[in-house]
Design a protein around this ligand. Structure first.
Ligand code: SAM
Length: 386
């Protein structure tokens, strides 16, 4: 089977790298989605459990051209839904239309669902459908008159790791946070700080990454309830996740701080749920007071940027003070995601690395200011003190 992994704009390269690292060589990127060829249900389980920055894992059922509703109906009717669905399946339609003759998403979904039910009626010899069973989200996306039909094996989006349950004002999506960590120079053993940690997403994702903990190792996925999915297939992926996790007696020594006491309370709770609380010290503090004796550390943050938080505050002064706190650390590197257009000006120079990313549909810049490289063979002394 073929699988499609959609991802947020700007994350294609990161997600492709993650898929290749999991051992899949054949994976071209197409229109914000990565295609994994020659896959089976074991791969569905592994990708769902291990992927850090993909949005979901879609099983591609078929692709065909359609410019009329009749062509759409016939194309959908020709696909083997009976291999995955029963007469009890709760069929939910999802879709989008872009640059095509068929542009009415809801109408396309309605026609496609009629075709699916007709096909099931024929193939399963069923006369009634109660939709009281397992959920199957069917995607019908029309792009330049080519219809792609998918089944969503994940169900809930992969950003829902399960650890973040308390509400917070402007949390960063876990998939975006993990991509920021992976795109930085942070590696296990280096000093790490997020001085605007909010509900804890970035330090928690950094800990999961450093400990090679699979982000989906505690959650459920829709495909396990489908017809013909072997019972133990997800458990095998969970066992693999357990085998490859890094077990360490010393903590990672990550730091998360925030000016809001509520943020710190929330972050501690989430870190505990994620099973990484012994690796992160959370402190309530203004970022201006941050000091560290450690060398070659990495700061990764998502400071406020006005649209969703802190209306009326002087953002320029906040970023200027952030830059000052960063410069005082000497050889550290600093990365941040922000929608504030004056961020680089406030930092006093252009970033060494910059890319466009979206957080909750808001266009942001991901900026990187690189510190000095540690000399070859350099060991962080605090690692030995733990
Ligand atoms: C966009 S939110 C961070 C969200 C976080 N990444 C998450 O996933 O929950 C920005 C955070 O900066 C904090 N903040 C604002 N001014 C600060 C300051 N001077 N020092 C430290 N934290 C500050 C806010 O309390 C808020 O939690």
């Amino acid at each position: 089977m073929e699988l499609l992994i959609p991802c947020a704009f700007g994350l294609e390269k990161t997600v492709k790298r993650q898929i290749i690292a999991l051992g899949y060589g054949n994976c071209p990127a197409q229109n914000g989605r990565i295609l994994v060829k020659d896959a089976d249900l074991c791969d569905v389980a592994r990708l769902n459990v291990f992927l850090r920055s993909g949005e979901r894992v879609l099983l591609k059922l078929g692709e065909f051209r359609a410019e009329t509703f009749d062509e759409l109906y016939d194309g959908v009717f020709s696909l083997p839904f009976e291999e995955y669905l029963t007469r009890h399946s709760k069929i939910l339609m999802d879709g989008k239309c872009y640059k095509s003759t068929l542009m009415a998403v809801k109408a396309c979904g309605g026609v496609a669902k009629k075709a699916i039910v007709s096909r099931l009626r024929d193939k399963l010899r069923a006369s009634s459908f109660d939709e009281r069973g397992e959920r199957v989200i069917v995607g019908v996306s029309v792009f330049e008159n080519v219809v792609t039909v998918t089944l969503d094996t994940s169900g809930e989006g992969l950003h829902k790791r399960g650890y973040r349950i308390l509400p917070y004002e402007a949390p960063l999506k876990e998939t975006v946070a993990s991509s920021m960590v992976e795109s930085s120079v942070y590696r296990a053993g280096k000093p790490f700080a997020d001085l605007f940690c909010g509900s804890g997403t970035i330090p928690i994702e950094a800990a999961l990454y450093a400990l090679n903990l699979a982000p989906g190792r505690h959650r459920a996925f829709d495909f396990t309830a489908w017809k013909n999915t072997p019972k133990d297939i997800l458990n095998r992926a969970f066992e693999e996740a357990d085998d490859v996790r890094v077990r360490t007696k010393t903590g990672l020594g990550l730091i998360g701080s925030d000016i809001s006491p509520k943020a710190i309370e929330t972050a501690k709770f989430h870190a505990k749920r994620a099973g990484v609380e012994e690796h992160i010290t959370f402190t309530c503090a203004d970022m201006r007071t941050f000091r560290s004796q450690e060398k070659y550390g990495v700061m990764i943050s998502n400071p406020p940027y006005g649209e969703r938080l802190e209306k009326g505050t002087d953002l320029f002064a906040l970023y200027r003070d952030f830059a000052k706190a960063f410069r005082a650390l000497g050889d550290w590197s600093c990365y941040f995601l922000s929608g504030f257009s004056g961020a680089e000006r406030a930092f006093g120079r252009q970033a060494d690395k910059r890319k466009k990313l979206f957080n909750a549909n808001l266009e942001c810049g991901f900026y990187g200011y690189l510190g000095a490289k540690p000399p070859k063979g350099y060991e962080n002394p605090s690692k030995n003190e733990n």
